[in-house]
Design a protein around this ligand. Structure first.
Ligand code: FAD
Length: 524
């Protein structure tokens, strides 16, 4: 590919026909009509930018970066690859916010999906049928603003909104609303996909359904999602955003499970997550937070010391409401919240409530990003490990990991822990969830390596966590998975592996797509 790109980028300026002669098997019409070659950049700055990601752990330099201006461009690029004696790999890249090189393509071509934002189709909203058509390249923050213009919004959100529709739908897209509505992949009506054979296919549960379900949670293996029709609901105006502290994991998980059992809208919280604060994080960690004041953090550290807990847990809830006078303490939302808190077993005196706009709530990690960027702590290695743990083993996991492997770890970021219902995940999608139990927990070890030596230590701790799960027979399933061996991938997909591999043979038989996932080796 490298020599092809050097030749083509030289020729691109004026001698297109020479390329056709050099590659007589290529779909010449595509290449010339769509001017594919001039949209490929091979300069050092472009390839360097596309050779790493948010994780800053893996590096892989592509031979070129493709800047499509239409979906047909993407299809033509794939057909160009397939016309070569040895097809080159093609990696769609959204924001590149993966942690382990999933959107990279060593020696191949990275498709910069964000190029489509200015050239692609505008988002369109059906207020009657409650959906938005968004390009795979769109950032969720932009989907939010576009839908709010109609008083509507998607039902499920990731915690961070500056990632793309195609990127999250290739994984799952989880957040505090998933207990009620399932992940983002359970809230999509239709997709447009450019497959690994270069075809542009519209698919839905009723039309080309095998591709539709394979692509959702499909880690970019079957095609490039160029449009998604996403379900919407009426957007609330305001949110009561709550954190409740627990010194004991049993009360924390019982309350979380009680709250997620209130599934119908209008009862309980609209969003439920949770965090684990290890002792050293509270006593030595960062003294600022987008939620807690410094004095509240001191109060929480004192709680950890007084109760001799090795960890404090925060249940995080959000209750949506629409009152016009949002300062009224007697509002129905506040009354409803008070009644709900009465049912729960957090440490009395340790409930913290903020009254914020819906956008402020959803974009909370955007504010953290600004703070971390100004502290130079954003563009650092992120050896993140996200796991799904079956409900029946979560206390074993807590005892072995938070009170065992990580007990004395240095403060290094955030740990999330919250439950969701398995029946909200459509088993026909490619996403892998624990086989046991009807409820599982998402546990995110979202840690950053800021100082020298941190990365190696955090990687060793991650390996120890996985080894603990293996030894104890806790079937931890990785979310945003990374496996180094074919066996690891087979185990990851479990009963879905046979279908996953068959879909790959059907929709990307040469295995050119998303090579950075490391699931399939090139097959042509
Ligand atoms: P990329 O990293 O660019 O791509 C991810 C994978 O998808 C790659 O394999 C790529 O080839 C493929 N891909 C990209 N675009 C397409 C497309 N259009 N069609 C097909 N395949 C494609 N996730 C959650 O679920 N919940 C969270 O709350 C959450 N919070 C996060 C917070 C932060 C700060 C960060 C950095 C990540 C978070 N994530 C969360 C993870 C995030 O959802 C994934 O990393 C997601 O892949 C990022 O989207 P992206 O656009 O950066 O994708």
């Amino acid at each position: 590919l490298a020599s092809f790109l050097i030749v083509t980028s030289f020729l691109a300026t004026s001698h297109f026909h020479t390329i056709a002669a050099a590659f007589p098997t290529a779909e010449d019409d595509d290449i010339f009509a769509l001017d594919i070659v001039s949209k490929l950049r091979t300069d050092h700055a472009s390839t360097t930018k596309a050779s790493s990601d948010f994780g800053h752990i893996v590096e892989a330099t592509p031979s070129g970066v493709f800047h499509p201006t239409s979906h047909a461009d993407i299809a033509a690029l794939i057909r160009l690859s397939l016309s070569q004696p040895r097809p080159f790999t093609v990696a769609p890249r959204g924001q590149g916010h993966s942690a382990r090189g999933q959107a990279l393509a060593s020696g191949g071509v990275v498709v910069d999906m964000l190029s489509l934002v200015e050239h692609g189709m505008p988002m369109s909203v059906s207020a009657k049928e409650l959906w938005v058509d968004a390009g795979g390249e769109q950032l969720w923050i932009d989907v939010l603003h576009a839908t709010l213009e109609h008083g509507l919004a998607p039902r499920v959100w990731t915690d961070y909104l500056r990632i793309t529709v195609g990127g999250t739908l290739s994984n799952g897209g989880i957040g505090g609303q998933a207990f009620r509505h399932g992940p983002q992949i359970s809230n999509v009506h239709e997709l447009d996909v450019v497959t690994g054979t270069g075809e542009m296919v519209t698919c839905s549960p009723d039309r080309n359904s095998d591709l539709f379900f394979a692509a959702l949670g499909g880690l970019g293996q079957f095609g490039i999602i160029t449009r998604a029709r996403i379900a919407l609901e009426p957007a609330p105006k305001r949110v009561l955003w709550v954190r409740l502290a627990y010194s004991d994991v049993k009360s924390f998980t019982s309350d979380q499970e009680l709250l997620i059992s209130k599934r119908s809208s209008g009862s309980g919280f609209d969003y439920i997550e949770g965090q684990v604060q290890l002792n050293r994080t509270l006593t030595e960690g960062r003294r600022s937070s987008s939620f807690f004041s410094v004095s509240e953090l001191d109060q929480l550290a004192a709680l950890a010391i007084a109760t001799r807990s090795s960890a404090i847990y925060y249940l995080e809830g959000a209750m949506y409401y629409n009152d016009v006078d949002h300062t009224a303490t007697s509002s129905s939302a506040n009354q409803k919240l008070e009644a709900l808190l009465e049912e729960l077993s957090f440490v009395r005196g340790f409930s913290f409530v903020r009254d914020v706009s819906y956008v402020e709530f959803l974009d909370r990690v955007g504010r953290d990003e600004q703070k971390l960027r100004s502290a130079g702590a954003w563009d650092v290695p992120h050896p993140w490990l996200n796991l799904f743990v079956a409900r029946s083993r979560i206390l074993d996991f807590d005892a072995g990991v938070f009170k065992g492997v990580l007990r004395d770890t240095k403060p290094a970021g955030l740990i999330l822990m919250y439950p969701m219902h398995k029946d909200r995940w459509d088993d026909r999608t490619s996403a892998a969830t624990p086989e046991e139990d009807d409820v599982f927990y998402a546990v995110g070890l979202l840690r950053s390596a800021v100082a020298a030596g941190d990365l190696g230590r955090l990687e060793r701790e991650n390996a120890a966590v996985l080894e603990f799960c293996r030894r104890e027979g806790i079937g931890c399933k990785q979310y945003l998975p990374h496996h180094a061996s074919p066996d690891g991938w087979r185990r990851h997909f479990g009963h879905k592996w046979g279908r996953f591999a068959a879909m790959k043979r059907r929709y990307d038989p040469c295995a050119i797509l998303a090579p950075g996932q490391g699931i399939f080796a090139s097959a042509c």
